[in-house]
Write a protein that binds this ligand. Structure first.
Ligand code: GTP
Ligand code: MN
Ligand code: MN
Length: 397
């Protein structure tokens, strides 16, 4: 028992982007619990609640040691009543009843399995659940019409849910570098997303591509994609000039965070004897019983068989995101695609509320000057933005 006088309270700044957060997390029991509740909220179309739990988890992630006593949390930002209740529960009982019951709920398990299919979002999953579809078997036999992305997602489900390793990310980088070098010599490619933040695994591999001469990047994506496709390296791809902004941002709507860069959401066919071996080991060590994604026995068996098949082939499916940006917007694009999602969100909130500026993956504007923004002013702001992004990245990687 610790007396209150011995407890040293923690202190962290209010915005996630102001904190130095390392990959070392001293409070993973608490942050896993809050992240699960965040995920459940997001899957239930309750984004506000989702963000609140994500913010609370991020605060605990930034603490220099494990929380042992709830009084250490006094004065910390972003810990709402609900999050505090969960934390107290865990500190007192070792688990949170809300987290345990969420984990055990059929609906949550089904949402996780179904949204684990590439191309399936919370809305689609919810509709299927209401139609009695809770797992892959039921989906396969339901006769539901699947779009091209969902078909690919279902076909490569077992591969895609296996985390991507740094070695695999490097192998993909090699492929993309070769492709880019042959379709547009001089173009540059950077690994972004979680791997750029130093994570050791990811759910996909993210790349940003540019050319040092403005305008030379135009038309790059289709050439890149057809180079990869003609060599049999793509299992699925969808290239889009994002039209989200045009369709969503009417008057009175807040500007969307989704950018307008040309992008390609894809599934690569990566030859990896190593991946095949790992799958085989995994299947041998874990058997079919230890899956924790809430699939039924037959679902687990199906996945097991998919993985077993994977171990007999010499390739695996890997999700890859490709984005092309003009060099003049490269700094913003790089910052915007490095993540994490919460970090980006908080950085934009901080820029708006504390600095009166709007940050996107394209530019940084001073809100007061946005109306009379001249070429000259923009150039100056671009430079400022570049320095700002570098400073942020140094402080937060
Ligand atoms: P894992 O892939 O799970 O390892 O994590 P991650 O951080 O790499 O996540 P993800 O690949 O989903 O996203 C990488 C970064 O790209 C995140 O910072 C996202 O905010 C950003 N991102 C994803 N989609 C979009 C988008 O449509 N527009 C913009 N601007 N950013 C996006
Ligand atoms: Mn990623
Ligand atoms: Mn991604």
């Amino acid at each position: 028992v610790v007396s209150d006088s011995e407890v040293i309270p923690f202190s962290v700044p209010g915005y996630a982007c102001q904190r130095r957060t390392t990959l070392e997390n001293h409070n993973s029991v608490l942050t896993d619990a809050l992240s699960l509740l965040a995920e459940n909220a997001e899957l239930s179309d309750e984004d506000g609640r989702g963000v609140a739990f994500r913010r609370a988890a991020a605060v605990l992630k930034a603490l220099p040691s494990a929380v042992t006593h709830v009084s250490q949390l006094t004065g910390l930002p972003c810990l709402g009543e609900h999050s505090l209740r969960v934390i107290k529960d865990i500190l007192k009982n070792g688990t949170s009843s809300e987290v345990e019951s969420t984990k055990a709920s059929e609906r949550f398990k089904a949402l996780k399995v179904l949204t684990g299919i590439f191309g399936v979002g919370a809305k689609t999953a919810d509709r299927w659940i209401r139609e009695g579809i809770h797992n892959l078997q039921q989906l396969r036999s339901s006769g539901q019409t699947l779009n091209r992305a969902q078909q690919a997602g279902l076909e490569h489900y077992a591969d895609i849910r296996q985390p991507v390793s740094t070695a695999e990310a490097e192998a993909i980088r090699g492929l993309v570098e070769r492709a880019v070098a042959s379709v547009l010599p001089g173009a540059q490619i950077v690994l972004t997303g979680g791997f750029r933040r130093g994570k050791l695994t990811g759910h996909d591999v993210d790349f940003l591509i540019t050319h040092p001469e403005e305008g030379r990047e135009v038309g790059l994506m289709p050439k890149l994609v057809s180079w990869l496709d003609s060599r049999g390296l793509l299992l699925y791809q969808k290239t889009s000039r994002n039209s989200y902004l045009e369709s969503q941002d009417g008057p009175g709507r807040p500007p969307s965070n989704i950018d307008r860069f040309e992008r390609c959401l894809s599934i690569f066919k990566l030859s990896t004897p190593e991946a095949a071996k790992t799958d085989l080991q995994d299947a041998a060590e874990n058997g079919v019983q230890s899956e924790e994604d809430g699939e039924s026995q037959s679902g687990e068996l199906g996945q097991h068989l998919q993985r077993k098949a994977a171990s007999e082939r010499r390739w695996r499916a890997v999700r890859v995101d490709l984005v092309v940006s003009p060099v003049s917007q490269f700094a913003f694009a790089l910052l915007g695609w490095t993540g994490s999602k919460l970090f980006e969100r908080e950085l934009r909130r901080w820029a708006g509320h504390e600095r009166g500026m709007s940050l996107s993956s394209h530019a940084l504007y001073d809100n007061k000057q946005v109306k009379r923004c001249t070429e000259c002013r923009l150039t100056r702001l671009d430079k400022l933005a570049y320095l700002t992004t570098i400073t942020f990245l140094k402080a937060n990687l």
